[in-house]
Design a protein around this ligand. Sequence first.
Ligand code: FES
Length: 351
Amino acid sequence: MTSTLSAPRITGLQARVVEVIRETSDAHTLILEPGEGFEENFNYKPGQFLTLRIPSDWEGGAARCYSLCSSPQQDEKLKITIKRTRDGYGSNWICDNVQAGHLLEVLKPAGTFVPSSLDSDFLLFAGGSGVTPVMSILKSALIAGSGLVTMIYANRDEQNVIFKDELIALTKEYPGRVNVIHWLESVQGIPDRASLTALASPYLDREAFICGPGPFMDAIEQVLLGAGMPHERIHIERFSSLTTDPFAPIDIEVDENATDNKVVEVQINGETSTVLWPPKNKLLEVLLNAGIDAPFSCREGSCSACTCILVEGEVTLDRNEVLEPEDLEDGYILACQARPVSDKLKITYDE
Ligand code: FES
């Protein structure tokens, strides 16, 4: 028997824009609430992001990922902050068009830039608008955790410091637990290896979270590794522009009688299911086709939202822009890029 999906476009969740706040001359914060009927779908963890569908005439449409800067521990509504980038289609469309009352189509909050425990001591690095997920982690750690938090926050100049007032308020509210170190390029120049080493060295026993421009993140990663911080305590959020549409239809055909089908046992949200996995399809496709609520965002191997653990069997990944060799050794795979090699496989999303 062959079951074929009619391949409808993936319908996202609806989020209503409650308010638009102008943070700086080119950064807007959108305050969001779940659209009617979607209240259960917006649970998120500090550091995660939303994928927004951007109206476009382009074939396949457009989508962009924006980190949540709100804290699930504190903020009733969700917040994302968007900074215009020159020639940035998504950021300019949002800053020019989105107003209170608009309904946006989004995917579930996703991402693995998330602390495993809010009670850890943290060393946070933010560069420019990369502050958004860092802000969510910082607030959540202060509100719900018990550790110390140091944030090193680099910006072009003082006018571009997003969340300046909120950071001042937090340092007053949590004296002795948080310190924010500003680095302004207009005053101190681009931070070099020596200055980054000096800033980081008192905090090398902490969990590090880094988000900002690519060269900024690379430099900090090298400094931390060079200073002896273990790889598993360095967490980096890398966004790359999406080249395909994550809302595009899942186009899959499952012939239940095909002799080359593989079988995968999937554990997710405490439930276990067994699914046929045709070798020509990727894991995420067969899971969504089977009605399993597997997480995803980019569907092109560049965001890690679909990460799960291969417990048994072997897969190949078509593309991998995010998992490090150490992650692969630990069994992490990208469901959106995985094709089966073994006849029987087991994966879990629950560890
Ligand atoms: S959904 Fe982004 S890497 Fe798989």
